[in-house]
Design a protein around this ligand. Structure first.
Ligand code: MN
Length: 738
């Protein structure tokens, strides 16, 4: 067992390293790393008063006990030089190469994450950002060992710092060590954190364990003897020993399972380690044949390993005196993996040459595996359902998400491709609305910059900000930000609408005054609502809005206001004025199409089928041979070269009840529920639908949808198109001209 209290020297490291390395170049690399670190840290001291190099020596030593690669040990010895000493990165690269530089930089980067202890959910995010940033399991391993040594020497820190570091260790570092299967490190990190966070409970449990130790030790010893005799009779090679639970796991069981200390300690634990898998089952057979197993407690983690690679047989038996024993049976290799997890899996073997590529591939595989872990909780293996769920989550979390931080260390998860705008809206809606700029890692960036995991983002706001820009809708990635920006515009629109209603009222008022008509009389409530009904507007406000947006003229309204007040007699002057003003429009001929042709009232007028004009569009008439006047949109390519046959036409003023068919073409990415989303938007906009045709294009990823919609006017159509464009994965919406 490693002596954790004594500081290690370089000689200690070399003794440990030489147990598994002999090649001169490896030993030289480690020596060179030590000499460099020793030189660079020479005038630095730790809080304990010891030279700084003592820290990196201990880190290097623990890595050596884990049988780490020479590069990992070198990086462990050098892990603090870039951060703490004035080291030139180029020089470092010259001396130690790209690989070690990358490892050290990775460790430095993680060390710079300022975790702010906030709400509980943050811990999960902290673990994710830690893993996502590390990119290489060796970086995580060095960082864990670094933290382990810092925890062992935490007593030199001020109380407040002890609490913060212990909490972070328990929430971020220990779970990661667990997921890597390194239970040695995990258990020690947990116990050390436990001691600093809850000294009283820690010493209480330690005391109770100590009190019962002698008694328990003798019970375990007796059982070990019995089993040894049994197995020796069958000539099986094995090691057997008692195990003690670490203090934090006892505490956790007491709290989580509501058990008393005695109940937990009632279980005595024994481990048997042998040299082959068949031997494991053989041993199990003899034990079950001799002692009564407790039903439901047998677990075969050899046939079905836990996800962190843990393998072992577990059984619980009752001995003669009624003592209950938990027995674990496993091979030497399984035992190593159980204690050192991924570190054991990667134990450096000098004589087995692994190519750089293969190694990298393995690292990547391990990382994928690690990523799967970081989203899992629970001690036991996972069911198929859980696996499925895990895969989806993994996609969500690691492929689809980036983790960025506020300058204060709050971790924010955003969909991949997110920008500072998404970040701002996630912080607070007002921060988004008032955003005028952003800095990422200290530098000013454009708002459409794509954020990367680990970026520190800060948002500049101003009360003078005019609010979000419509372009932001094209930039943002998160639904959250998109919704907030949209509702900003919707609010603005409804404010504009109420302003327009006031404006419409005012216009009518002015127009009445111009005609010497008394607004208070003509705009009397009942009179107005009568006219609103005749013009088929739902409310008076809708009518005022129509006036302001010029789709209804004051003249039309005034005419109605006058016509439908038979009780009131009009002055002659009023009538004359009105007639004069109405003269022009009376001369025009109103056709079925709702279009008047200046000066001609005998010709048939119809709407062109190629460009389907609707009221509000700029239009022009085309005099056909024998089919009267066809009305086209001014921008219709079909009449561009026919200047001599074109004639001026106008929309009629009162087209409220008419409907027009328009053809639309929607281009989008193909996805499920696309069509149903389109149809929903159409109906939400109170637009009729006469034809739908949607197909997936030959490329299999895009889709084309043809819609024939029935709208009232250009404004109605514009709103519809704008809303169709907002549908997720829709790329374009165009009116079709045939
Ligand atoms: Mn360090």
């Amino acid at each position: 067992m490693e002596d954790k209290k004594t500081n290690k020297t370089f000689d200690d490291i070399m003794t440990e390293v030489k147990k598994y390395m002999v090649r001169e170049e490896n030993l030289q690399l480690i020596t060179k790393a030590y000499e460099y670190a020793n030189e660079k840290h020479k005038n630095q001291f730790r809080k304990s008063g010891e030279p700084y190099v003592v820290h990196v020596l201990n880190v290097g030593y623990i890595l050596a006990t884990l049988r780490s690669q020479p590069q990992t040990i070198a990086a462990g010895l050098l892990h603090d030089v870039i951060e703490d000493c004035d080291v030139d990165v180029e020089e470092f690269k010259q001396l130690f190469g790209e690989e070690i530089l990358t490892l050290v930089e990775g460790v430095t980067k993680i060390g710079n994450i300022k975790f702010k202890d906030e709400k509980e959910y943050q811990a999960e995010n902290h673990r994710k950002i830690f893993i996502a940033m590390a990119k290489d399991v060796r970086v995580i391993l060095i960082k864990l060992v670094d933290r382990l040594h810092n925890m062992r020497t935490l007593n030199f820190m001020p109380e407040e710092k002890q609490q913060r570091i212990a909490a972070e260790t328990l929430e971020v570092y220990a779970p990661i060590a667990h997921r890597l299967g390194i239970s040695e490190i995990k258990n020690e990190l947990e116990d050390l954190s436990f001691m600093y966070l809850n000294r009283e409970k820690y010493y209480e449990i330690a005391h109770l364990v100590q009190q019962r130790k002698a008694e328990r030790d003798s019970q375990v010893k007796e059982m070990i003897n019995e089993i040894s005799v049994l197995l020796n009779e069958h000539h099986i090679k094995f090691r057997i020993f008692g195990r003690s639970k670490h203090l934090y796991s006892i505490y956790k069981k007491m709290v989580n399972k509501g058990k008393r200390f005695e109940e937990i300690l009632d279980l005595l634990a024994i481990r048997i380690v042998c040299d082959s898998v068949p031997a494991c089952y053989e041993i199990l057979g003899y034990i079950h044949a001799t002692y009564r197993p407790i039903p439901g407690r047998f677990k075969d983690y050899i046939a079905m390993p836990k996800v962190n690679m843990y393998q072992s047989l577990h059984t619980t038996i009752v001995a003669d005196e009624g003592h209950i024993f938990e027995v674990q049976i496993r091979t030497e290799e399984m035992d190593e993996i159980a204690e050192q997890g991924i570190a054991a899996h990667w134990a450096y073997k000098e004589n087995i040459h692994i190519s750089q590529e293969k190694q990298q591939k393995e690292i990547e595989e391990r990382l994928t595996w690690l990523k799967e872990f970081s989203i899992m909780t629970g001690e036991d293996g996972v069911s198929d359902d859980a696996k499925e769920y895990m895969n989806l989550l993994q996609k969500d979390i690691f492929e689809a998400n980036v983790y960025v931080m506020s300058p204060k260390g709050r971790v924010i998860a955003l969909p991949n491709g997110s920008t500072p705008i998404d970040f701002a809206y996630r912080i607070h809606t007002e921060v988004g609305h008032k955003m005028v700029g952003a800095t990422v890692n200290g530098g000013i960036v454009p708002l459409n910059t794509v954020l990367k995991t680990g970026d520190v983002v800060s948002i500049r706001t101003s009360n003078q900000s005019p609010g979000p820009s419509e372009d932001w809708l094209k930039i943002v990635k998160s639904t959250h930000a998109r919704n907030k920006i949209r509702s900003f515009f919707q609010k603005q629109e409804s404010e504009k609408k109420s302003a327009d209603i006031e404006k419409g009222k005012e216009m009518l008022n002015e127009e009445l005054k111009k005609r010497n008509l008394d607004p208070s009389e003509y705009m009397e409530k009942n009179r107005i609502s009568n006219v609103v009904g005749q013009l088929t507007y739902p409310t008076a406000n809708d009518m005022y809005y129509a006036i302001a947006s010029k789709s209804l003229s004051c003249a039309t309204v005034i005419e109605k206001l006058m016509n439908h007040t038979p009780a009131k007699s009009l002055g002659n002057d009023d009538l004359v004025k009105m007639f004069n003003r109405q003269e022009n429009s009376r001369k025009r001929h109103t056709s079925k199409a709702g279009v008047s042709v200046s000066g001609i009232d005998t010709m048939k007028v119809s709407l062109a089928a190629c460009c389907n004009p609707v009221p509000g569009d700029d239009i022009v008439g085309y005099i056909t041979k024998g089919q009267g006047v066809k009305v086209h949109r001014k921008d219709c390519p079909n009449i561009m070269h026919e200047k001599s046959r074109l004639i001026e036409v106008h929309w009629d003023e009162n087209l409220e009840n008419r409907e027009y068919e328009v053809k639309l073409l929607i281009k989008s990415a193909d996805r499920s529920f696309l069509l149903s989303d389109i149809v929903t938007v159409v109906s939400q906009n109170k637009v009729g639908l006469s034809h739908v045709d949607s197909k997936v294009n030959d490329d299999k990823v895009t889709a084309t949808t043809k819609l024939n919609v029935i709208v009232k006017n250009a404004e109605h159509l514009r709103t519809l198109i704008a809303n169709l464009r907002k549908i997720n994965s829709v790329n374009s919406v165009e009116r079709v001209i045939q």
